[in-house]
Design a protein around this ligand. Structure first.
Ligand code: SF4
Length: 415
């Protein structure tokens, strides 16, 4: 083994193997649910999964599947198929890919298991409402919609009463779909595990406050899958406990995600799934590490609103005040806090053609960042799944120019 290979081997995150095993088992369980007598619910990524865990229903995430489609570079084919079915190319590429996948059993795992029910929460966007209606009609299964009013600034008492009531309706919906009573005692335990998992995930992300960072946002994109899919289970708690220990050990041993980390950057918006490696290598070639991101933090950002001793009554607020359901000023405040916390030198914004709620306010947030912190911002126009919206040479030129700007600022400070 050469010295270079040794360094590469040392830098590999060991928990990756475990993560792959867990996700493989999870998808096998979901795909064989019919044989094992379990029910499957498709649920939106920001939806309250904990009541499903209580009812032993396997939650399946079309958006996680969308990420797999993107990473497998199967997005263009499926998006084009949905466009042939009559869906506009302006629609979210997760929705397009999923709608095309259903009749074809396409994608990297031969399609998702057929759902017994659908659970849609509009705290992430309005697209999911129509997307889930389409799939409810296609699979002829019941659909539950949890409507969370947009929280521009505050979360009112009226909004709370409205969402809280729907949580009860959600439980009644699950009791009807599963044909048995909801176990409120188990809900207490699942709520505790959910908060514990989120706390551990935040602690893992926080290890990148160390310089150099032991992992990058590109690693976080990969390790995120469990807090999204299996939140509320012991599996998540055990996995992130081990991952946190591994990250702490890397910090102690000085193992960094990027060689000679010199520049620390913050990523905003979803990953460009089909180009994570390319982008990671590109930034690393400039000794730049994307140490944090607004996307993976979103799965623990609203935990402060939830009381783990009263999960059922406080989850309404937690699920209403997530990153995509708050006003631009509040989003900017969150980004400024991250800039300070992770001591970043620049921000990379992915202006994502698919995800309008994530992308609309970015130019305002950019102005606020520049005014309040004087931190430079790079805007990259792309898409998370649809490769037709990725102009490689243009993006490469922009990254190079941005890094030159950062280097110039560093040289200026040094001089
Ligand atoms: S528009 Fe954005 S939030 Fe909505 S489903 Fe697509 S990626 Fe998710």
């Amino acid at each position: 083994m050469t010295k270079e290979d040794e360094i590469k081997e040392r830098r590999k995150i060991k928990s990756v193997k475990k993560m792959k095993e867990i996700m493989t088992t999870y998808y096998i369980d979901a795909k064989t649910a019919e044989q094992t007598g379990k029910k499957v619910a498709w649920i939106t990524s920001g939806g309250p999964v904990e009541p499903l865990i209580v009812m032993d229903v396997i939650p399946v995430y079309p958006e996680n599947h969308g990420a797999m489609i993107g990473a497998s570079k199967m997005g263009v084919d499926l998006c084009e198929k949905s466009e042939e079915m009559g869906y506009s190319s302006d629609l979210c590429s997760y929705a397009r890919a999923d709608i095309a996948c259903a009749p074809l059993n396409g994608g990297p795992i031969g399609g998702l298991p057929k759902p017994d029910m659908l659970v849609c929460c509009n705290n992430i966007c309005g697209t999911v409402l129509k997307w889930y209606e389409v799939q409810a009609r296609y699979f002829n299964v019941p659909l539950f919609i949890l409507d969370t009013p947009f929280c521009h600034t505050d979360y009112s008492k009226e909004a709370h009463a409205y969402v809280r009531k729907q949580i009860d309706e959600y439980i009644t919906f699950l009791e009807t779909a599963c044909g048995r009573r909801f176990d409120y005692d188990r809900m207490i335990e699942v709520g505790r595990l959910s908060i514990e998992g989120q706390r551990l995930w935040q602690a893992v992300l926080d290890t990148t406050t160390n310089k150099p960072a032991p992992m990058s946002a590109f690693d976080a994109f990969f390790h995120l899958a469990l807090i999204v899919t299996l939140r509320g289970t012991q599996t998540v708690v055990d996995y992130y406990t081990d991952l946190l220990a591994e990250m702490k050990a890397r910090v102690a041993e000085g193992i960094s995600a990027v060689d000679n980390e010199t520049y620390r950057l913050l990523w905003d918006n979803l990953p460009v799934w089909f180009r994570t490696r390319w982008l990671s290598d590109k930034f690393a070639s400039h000794n730049a590490c994307l140490v944090a991101d607004t996307y993976t933090s979103a799965w623990c950002g609203s935990m402060k609103y939830i009381d783990e001793t009263d999960f059922l009554n406080t989850m309404a607020e937690g699920y209403s005040r997530i990153y995509l359901n708050i006003g631009v000023d509040q989003m900017a405040t969150d980004v400024l806090k991250m800039i300070d916390k992770y001591a970043v030198d620049g921000v990379v914004m992915h202006s994502n053609r698919s995800c309008k709620p994530y992308s609309f306010g970015q130019y305002d947030i950019q102005k606020i960042i520049q005014k309040q912190r004087g931190v430079p911002v790079l805007m990259i126009e792309a898409d998370m799944v649809d490769e037709r919206s990725f102009a490689e040479s243009q993006i490469e030129t922009r990254i190079d120019a941005f890094m030159e700007l950062l280097k110039g600022r560093f040289a200026g400070y040094a001089g």
